[in-house]
Design a protein around this ligand. Structure first.
Ligand SMILES: Nc1ncnc2c1ncn2[C@@H]1O[C@H](COP(=O)(O)OP(=O)(O)OP(=O)(O)O)[C@@H](O)[C@H]1O
Ligand SMILES: [Mg+2]
Length: 319
């Protein structure tokens, strides 16, 4: 199976100022936001990237798009290593991957009509004449379920879900192969959230997209993702096919995420473990006897086909 996006051993350190004892003196302290993360997004598949706030998910997404420079590692897009390409060399590859964010309001120019917003990528990439741009923008508004009647409206006239549809339409304008969706539904009400998830699902199969879907909620990615990668404090703690994560999670952190999903039917409720943070971090991941260390990714032990778990306890890791 070909890989649409592959990130290999990606790391990112930020340097934060920390005041030290003397007057006006400060030390730069290294903070490793992403630590040796490798993820493959196969062609026409959806990979969910989950983890609590601050675990490094957006940093991975931004680096994958080369919107943030990695401290180490490689980004391979459709077989081309784009890690070190200059802005000019990167331009044709940029069109192949797009990102959508949670906060669509701030990413939509309030002075532009919706068709102008959706057609903006054509202007940037010098594609089509003015008339064609307008026609194609209207088609895109149709595809995301808004209809061309919205073409001359402005972002402030829309609901949150409608604005997110405009962001998706704009992201699809250049027919990308890879879409990075960073919490695209987190700001939306439950029913609207489900509609946007369904839209992404339909577009994925119709347009053959490969999607890295970032969310802090496991329940959101369940219906959408083929595989799930769980991050904790900058590292991958578990990755597997979606149902493996839900039926057979091995890592205590993944189990705590599963425990935190509200279940309405009491008969289906998991026995909750109510672990404290200390208990959770001291617990060693439970690994089957026949698990082995994967030579391609020595951080992770392989417990079965396509199921990997970080074998180290979380204890002692700094945030
Ligand atoms: N530009 C930056 N400068 C300094 N530190 C940063 C920067 N961007 C992110 N960080 C830090 O890196 C860590 C990971 O942040 P990131 O935004 O990737 O987390 P996240 O998993 O996306 O969280 P959330 O679910 O809240 O969006 C955090 O500790 C954050 O404070
Ligand atoms: Mg984030």
């Amino acid at each position: 199976m070909n890989h649409a996006l592959e990130i290999k051993n990606l790391s990112k350190s930020f340097y934060k100022k920390q005041a030290s004892k003397g007057f006006f003196r400060s030390n730069l302290v290294e903070h490793c936001a992403v630590d040796n993360v490798s993820i493959v997004v196969p062609e026409r598949k959806i990979v969910g990237l989950v983890g609590e706030s601050g675990s490094g998910k957006s940093t991975v997404g931004l680096m994958s798009m080369r919107l943030l420079e990695p401290s180490g590692g490689n980004i391979i897009l459709n077989g081309t290593d784009i890690t070190k390409l200059s802005p000019e060399e990167l331009k044709p590859h940029r069109a192949q991957m797009q990102i959508i964010f949670q906060d669509s309001y701030s990413s939509l120019n309030p002075m532009m009509t919706l068709w102008e917003i959706v057609a903006e990528p054509f202007v940037i990439h010098k594609m089509h004449d003015a008339k064609q741009r307008r026609v194609k923008a209207k088609e895109l508004l149709d595809i995301v379920g808004l209809g061309s009647v919205f073409a001359n409206r402005y972002p402030h006239e829309l609901s949150g879900g409608q604005r997110q549809r405009v962001s998706i339409a704009r992201a699809l304008a250049l027919k990308p192969k890879v879409l990075i969706a960073d919490e695209p539904t987190s700001a939306l009400d439950v029913s609207v959230k489900a509609q946007v998830i369904n839209l992404l699902h339909d577009l994925q199969s119709e347009m053959g997209l490969s999607i890295l879907f970032i969310s802090h909620e496991l329940s959101v990615v369940r219906s959408l993702a083929d595989q799930i990668v769980v991050m904790h404090r900058g590292r991958i703690v578990e990755q597997a096919q979606t149902e493996q994560i839900f039926q057979n999670a091995q890592h205590p952190y993944t189990q705590s995420l599963l425990d935190s999903i509200p279940v309405l039917n009491p008969h289906l409720r998991r026995r909750r473990s109510f672990q404290s943070a200390e208990e959770l971090t001291a617990k060693k991941p439970r690994l089957p006897k026949d698990s082995f260390i994967n030579p391609e990714n020595p951080n992770l032990a392989q417990v079965s086909d396509n199921h990997f778990v970080d074998a180290e306890p979380l204890e002692g890791r700094s945030l």
